[in-house]
Design a binder for this molecule. Structure first.
Ligand SMILES: [Zn+2]
Length: 66
């Protein structure tokens, strides 16, 4: 029987997309905010293009039981 090795293999990746310059950046899943530097003197926050860690966040589970 193989016991738990304790090794964490959870490496979620997150793809960010800049609405200004259309640039895409791939970061780790722990990154929650990603700014683009394409606009001098202005902070452009990038949008999450794909989130591999939560692919079904559009359908929350029902919290009430009947
Ligand atoms: Zn940009």
């Amino acid at each position: 029987m193989k016991g738990p090795s304790g090794r964490i293999t959870y490496q979620a990746k997150r793809m960010w997309h800049c609405p200004k310059c259309q640039r895409k950046v791939l970061t780790g899943g722990h990154i929650t905010n990603q700014a683009c530097t394409c606009q001098p003197g202005q902070t452009v926050w990038m949008h999450v293009a794909s989130d591999h860690s939560s692919p079904r966040d559009l359908s929350p589970p029902p919290s009430h039981a009947s």
